[in-house]
Ligand binder design. Structure first.
Ligand code: UGA
Ligand code: MN
Length: 309
């Protein structure tokens, strides 16, 4: 009887040992924290808890020029949706400072709340477009872009150089690839690239020969000195600071000419730096959001709650 029990014990022993070893391996793996991929937008926004792993190597990011994105925006049913899409993109870009300029007499509650929760460095400005300029056929967002430029110049005038930075005009309804920001980050003076879905064509682009811009592929007003959309160029902060009078002008300006009127104050076509593989890749799209159908919206508030949309 005793020997039977003993032989059973011997038979089971290796199996028990295997189970113990497997359980031990499993439990030693479990407590390892999930690794957050480094780079990209990680590390911005709220500081991470100090109990986490030691600070990652920040030096490469610290050396990056800041990208300042000036976004004019105005109140309409789709505004919060547009800003949400934009913030979701910008949040993934390292060292991006968002200058959001409301076309309004005062900061709105909606945008103020939005900025507070956006999770990226933001400056929230406002300036109303004078009523006489709020007409179809007239250029939009002139005053707002100028307010952004004035803020940028004021912020930097007392700081010692070098202040590596790049300025980009980011309308709130366009679509921006993350690669675009890598391209514009190396702007030395003024850089340019193609823009998709604009000018009545699938895309417009600067024509490049031997690394220099020599003309424009466009289907609309080819006589423009810089036949490029607002989304098609970036300017270094140094150029903005060394041309303190360069602004967007209302006087004499026609739709589609704002870009040319601004660019000719700060650069020449020969000087432009082609990006996006010699201007052969579309990394930004001039998308436009359809006007929403609110035909069934009640005249008076009917719901039992009030919701910000
Ligand atoms: C095109 C260009 O892409 C714009 O850069 C240019 O400002 C505009 O034409 C123009 O006509 O001036 P488009 O799509 O027609 O763009 O213009 P929107 O996207 O309606 O407006 C451009 C920016 O100005 C947007 O960020 C928009 O939110 C803002 N905006 C528009 C205002 O701040 N106030 C307005 O009354 C209208
Ligand atoms: Mn637009």
């Amino acid at each position: 009887m005793k020997s039977l029990l003993f032989s059973r014990f011997l038979l089971l022993l290796p199996w028990v040992l295997i189970v113990i070893i497997v359980l031990d391996i499993d439990s030693s793996r479990a407590p390892l924290p999930a690794r957050v991929p480094s780079g990209g937008g990680a590390g911005r926004g709220e500081p991470r808890s100090s109990a986490a792993r030691p600070p990652p190597q920040r030096r490469p990011e610290a050396a990056l020029p800041t990208i300042y994105a000036i976004t004019p925006t105005y109140s309409r049913p789709v505004q919060k949706a547009e800003l949400t899409r934009l913030a979701n993109t910008f949040r993934q870009v390292a060292r991006l400072h968002w200058i959001l300029v409301e076309d309004a007499a005062a900061r709105s509650e909606l945008v103020t709340r939005f900025v507070a929760g956006a999770g990226l460095p933001c400056t929230h400005l406002h300036v109303p477009t004078p009523r006489r300029y709020k007409r179809p056929g007239l250029p939009r967002a002139t005053e707002q872009r100028n307010a952004g430029l004035a803020w940028l110049r004021q912020r930097h005038q007392h700081l010692p150089p070098p202040q590596p930075g790049v300025l980009f005009f980011a309308d709130d309804d366009n679509t921006y690839s993350l690669e675009l920001f890598q391209e514009m980050r190396t702007t030395r003076k003024v850089s340019v690239w193609p823009v998709g879905l604009v000018g009545g064509r699938r895309y417009e682009r600067p024509v490049v020969e031997n690394g220099k811009v020599v003309g424009w592929y466009t289907g609309w007003r080819a006589d423009r000195p810089f036949a490029i959309d607002m989304a098609g160029f970036a300017v270094s902060l140094q150029v903005i600071l060394s041309h303190p009078k360069a602004v967007f002008k209302r006087r004499g300006s026609q739709p589609g000419m704002q870009e040319s009127d601004f660019l000719k104050q700060i650069t020449t076509v020969e000087e432009l730096e082609p990006k996006a593989n010699n201007c052969t890749k579309v990394l930004v799209w001039h998308t436009r959001t359809e006007k929403v159908n609110l035909a069934n919206e009640p005249k008076y508030h009917l719901d039992t709650v009030t919701i910000e949309v």
